[in-house]
Design a protein around this ligand. Structure first.
Ligand SMILES: C[S@@+](CC[C@H](N)C(=O)[O-])C[C@H]1O[C@@H](n2cnc3c(N)ncnc32)[C@H](O)[C@@H]1O
Ligand SMILES: [Zn+2]
Length: 333
């Protein structure tokens, strides 16, 4: 029987497009990369490798260049995005990802159309979907096999490029991108600030960056889930995913309690925090997403502002959603 992941990988996902090559650099020495093709389909490389003059070599597998050897601490996300490979993609009936993108980055279609954009921690590609529909060329990177789901979803678009890469060792030269965004990613790395520190230099002068992080305000209610997470982060992924279905009955209980007793409703949330999204699949995904990651740091607006200022970023704009901040790399003096 085919696993969930195998189902995502068939039929053959789109390949590595030749116009991605000039955007890439060796993540170790920043030298130029050359491509060697072992298998090609529709002018795109499905299997091959990328090599630099210093002898560093990176495989292209299933159409995606792989700059990491493993998913490191983030296997939960590889699992999550290959199971929920389309759950959060916009459709005729929902534009929730597009709305979330605008709320958390402040970037609009007019800003991004025709621009080169980096999506840091793209998951299965729901925000790369938005900006590529808006006419930007987007490069999505993720540490995990989530990029296989993103490639199946978006890789056939000429303006989408994907790579499996680590934010701490990115395969790009300085000054490459017009825009960079990262939504709900950097707080899941071993060190949020150090992850952020990798990004501003990749902007062209005058380029803009926006990130969204979990807020320290969540600490008011997440102490119970912090306790549960001591155990849930150690559970087998499939077991935790099945357990995340408890979000369904809790949602229904809260729907019933809400109009009757606000206090009881709040107590249920405090004791068993889980997603109360109206869509049942989102509830399971969001609950798994909360209880599975190894790292889940929280930050304040002031802290993130300091990081931006330390890089000389200007025109800082806090958005309505907590810990969402946009800034601009100044034009060279
Ligand atoms: C909560 S998901 C968010 C995905 C996507 N931005 C979204 O909102 O749908 C966090 C993502 O960050 C990725 N990630 C975690 N650590 C990373 C790292 N060091 N480098 C690149 N991606 C990383 C995970 O693999 C995961 O797909
Ligand atoms: Zn190299």
């Amino acid at each position: 029987m085919k696993s969930e992941v195998d189902r995502v990988r068939t039929p053959a996902a789109p390949g590595f497009k030749s116009d991605f090559l000039p955007l890439l650099a060796c993540p170790r020495c920043h030298g130029e990369l050359r491509v060697t093709t072992a298998e090609e389909h529709d002018d795109a490389v499905r299997e091959g490798h990328l090599d630099c003059a210093e002898g560093h070599s990176f495989p292209i597998q299933r159409g995606v260049p792989r700059f990491v050897e493993s998913e490191w601490y983030a296997e939960n996300f590889g699992f999550e995005w290959n199971v929920h490979n389309r759950t959060q993609l916009d459709s005729e009936s929902s534009r929730e990802s597009e709305d979330t993108f605008v709320e958390k980055t402040g970037f609009t279609k007019a800003d991004l159309e025709g621009r080169l954009v980096l999506d840091v921690g793209c998951g299965m590609g729901r925000f790369s979907d938005v900006v590529s529909r808006w006419g930007a060329t987007v490069v999505g990177i993720d540490l995990t096999t989530a990029v296989d789901a993103a490639n199946a979803n978006l890789g056939a678009r000429p303006n989408v490029h994907l790579a499996q890469a680590n934010v701490f060792e990115l395969p790009f030269r300085e000054g490459t991108f017009d825009y960079i965004f990262s939504i709900g990613v950097l707080h899941h790395t071993p060190n949020t600030k150090e992850a952020f520190d990798q990004l501003p230099k990749l902007l062209k002068p005058g380029g803009r960056i926006a990130i969204w992080l979990y807020s320290t305000r969540m600490l008011r209610w997440c102490w119970t889930s912090d306790f549960y997470r001591i155990f849930t982060t150690r559970l087998p992924k499939k077991t935790l995913h099945s357990l995340s279905r408890v979000a369904g009955p809790i949602y229904r209980l809260r729907k019933w309690l809400g109009p009757r007793s606000k206090r009881l409703d709040s107590l249920v949330f405090l004791l068993l925090p889980c997603s109360s999204h109206d869509n049942p699949e989102w509830r399971v995904l969001d609950t798994f997403d909360w209880y599975s990651p190894k790292y889940q740091w929280k930050h304040s607006d002031a802290e993130v502002r300091d990081w931006y200022q330390a890089h000389g970023l200007t025109e800082l704009k806090s958005l309505e959603v907590e810990t969402s901040l946009q800034g601009r790399r100044p034009l060279e003096a």
